[in-house]
Each structure stands twice: as C-alpha cells, then as structure tokens.
Design a protein around this ligand. Structure first.
Ligand code: TXA
Ligand code: MG
Length: 313
C-alpha cells in the first residue's frame, strides 16, 4: 500500500479495486498525472473522469456549492456505487472533466480503494482500468491483460458489484440518470424525486457512446432470429434463467437464485472468460427484463453487442 500511495504522490498510475470494477487511478489534482490515464487507456479527451474520495470533507473542496439533496444522497448511498455530477470548483483541473463545468464524484466502498485515497492524501481521478471501448475489469488479471504498462496494481480479488456505478445529475426538479447501475431509480427515488420531465442533453453524458464494453470476438444478445442463425456448438452462453442453455458449446449460469445482482457481478467476468477461450467463436448473452438492475445489465449488453450487430446483422 505504501508503494502504491507513493506512486500516486509521484504522479504515476495505480490500478486499484473498487466494489464496482477496477479503476486506473492518478492524483486528481495533478493534470500531468491525469494525462497519463488518457494515454494509457487510449481514451478520447472528451470523455471526463470520475473523482474518488474517502471522506465527505473532500467533497466541499472539489465542488462549488451543494444543497441538502447531496447530503441526503451521500448519507444513504456513500460509500457505494453512486456517482454524483456536480458543479466543479477551481481546484479540479480541466483535463479531469474534459472542460465541462461539472465533475463526477463518488466515494467507493472498497476498503483497499479507501486506504489508497487516504494514504496518498489526495482524491483519485479514475476511470475503469480497461482500454477504451473494451470490457471493464473485475479482477487484477483483467487489468494486467489490457494495461500491462500500468505502474502498480493493487490486487483485491474479484469485485463484488461487477458493473460501474450509477451516475446521476441533479436538476431543479430532482435527479436524472446518466448511467444505470445497481443503485436503481426506485432506490434513489426514496431520497430525492426523479426528474422525468427535461431531456438529458447529449453533452451531459459525453462518454455515453453506443459502443462500449466490446469483447474481441463477436457478441450478441440472444433473440429468436439470432439463435436460429448461429452455430451454438461454437458459442458460449451467458445464461441467467437456464431456459436457453440447450445446445451451447459452453454455458456459464451467472446466478443460482435468479437474482439480477448476480448477473451484474458475473457479466464482465464471463465476457472476459469467453473472450480468452479459444474453443469459443461467439458470445451469446441472455437478455433480462428492463426493470430495476435489469436496466443497467441491458445497457451493458447493448453496448457490448453494438459493433457486432452492425457488422453481422
Ligand atoms: O464504478 C465506476 O464508476 C468506475 C469505478 C472505477 O469507480 N469508474 C468508471 O469510470 O466507470 P469510467 O471513466 O469508465 O466512466 C465514467 C463515465 C464517463 O464515461 C462519463 O460519461 C461520465 O462518467 N462522467 C464523468 N464525469 C462526468 C461529468 N462531469 N458529466 C457527465 N458525465 C460524466
Ligand atoms: Mg469505463
């Protein structure tokens, strides 16, 4: 931990576990260090980073003013997989927010992440520790596979949530969701009203491109037409209910109890597994109903299949 914290203080990059996915961290207040994140990830500079804090006191330094709703949300969901997009203070370098007047902030629940932030003594700017557009990492091995050039990796085993944080922004009427995660609209609504009226401008979620989380081999969401056209014996199925399992070359059933949280935990892990498996030519994922956590899962699946669907119909 001391070595990792020293790396951060020296302006280097450290990959670390959070409860959602592994992050690629740098001192958020050092623009030169933050530049290295964009270089190593090959991430376009228009896609802003989230800042990770360990204590609420850090929030006040990084954002301009905030209201009672922020305190309520923090009290209910932090530490945890919720990112708040708020007006940024002058302390936050432009490169972190891609020039936007707002900054995304979250307090991760993972003990190693918290210790790294505290020991380094600075907030950490950290995107997911994958190459831009590829599958997010849920283990240290996934980070090594995609980012062998990282200065240091803190290994905290498998992550416990498995998909990225829910990102929200506050408007006069309430909150809007910029990215779905395991903290759902319904849960957030118990604390702050949902703003269903105004439309989210594209600029407010600049990194929300259609293609993302893309495996190196063809991946498609299962539907009737797709299942008829493919050679199942060469396909790996990411199975949730078990109803599609027949005939597939390999099947990973992500939940034994039908809990969507399990799907979130094992989705990226299974995509990595099939991506590395030479016996598998194609990855098929079982869709789920778009309610609760199902929204976040379907969002990740659609982005993962996007390029492949374009190419192969
Ligand atoms: O769970 C997570 O959020 C993980 C872990 C490492 O904390 N991090 C993560 O970061 O998923 P990343 O960079 O892969 O995705 C963050 C997304 C960006 O694509 C961007 O769209 C959005 O957050 N974002 C960041 N700052 C924003 C801002 N000021 N306004 C709108 N969207 C913002
Ligand atoms: Mg990412």
């Amino acid at each position: 931990m001391q070595t990792a914290a020293q790396c951060i203080r020296d302006g280097k990059l450290v990959a670390f576990p959070t409860e959602t996915v592994y992050g690629l961290g740098a001192n958020a207040l050092n623009p030169f260090a933050v530049t290295k994140i964009f270089e190593l990830k090959e991430r376009p500079s228009f896609d802003p980073l989230i800042i990770h804090i360990a204590e609420l006191a850090d929030l006040d330094k990084l954002v301009l003013g905030h209201d009672e709703r922020v305190h309520k949300l923090a009290a209910n969901f932090w530490p945890g997989p919720l990112t708040l997009v708020l007006p940024k203070s002058d302390l936050v370098p432009e490169i972190v927010t891609s020039g936007l007047p707002t900054v995304g902030i979250r307090m991760p629940a993972n003990a190693i992440a918290q210790e790294l932030i505290k020991t380094s003594g600075c907030p950490l700017a950290a995107p997911s520790a994958n190459k831009f557009g590829r599958i997010s990492p849920t283990s240290a091995a996934h980070v090594r596979k995609q980012l062998p050039g990282v200065d240091y990796i803190l290994d905290g085993g498998q992550t416990t949530v498995g998909i990225e944080s829910t990102i929200i922004k506050l408007t006069e009427k309430g909150f809007q969701i910029l990215r779905n995660g395991v903290i759902t609209q319904e849960e957030l609504e118990t604390v702050v009203p949902f703003d269903a009226t105004s439309k989210i401008e594209t600029l407010s979620a600049p990194g929300m491109v259609k293609s993302h989380y893309s495996p190196r081999k063809r991946m498609l969401i299962a539907d009737e037409r797709t299942l008829q056209r493919i050679d199942k014996s060469k396909a790996g199925l990411i199975s949730f209910s078990g109803r599609l399992d027949m005939g597939f070359g390999k099947v990973v059933k992500v939940s034994q109890t039908g809990d969507l949280k399990d799907y979130a935990v094992r989705l990226f892990e299974t995509m990595h597994l099939f991506e590395e498996d030479n016996d598998i030519e194609l990855i098929i994922a079982e869709p789920v109903a778009e309610t609760g956590i199902g929204k976040a899962i379907m969002d990740r699946l659609r982005k993962a299949e996007f390029n492949w669907r374009q190419d192969h119909g």
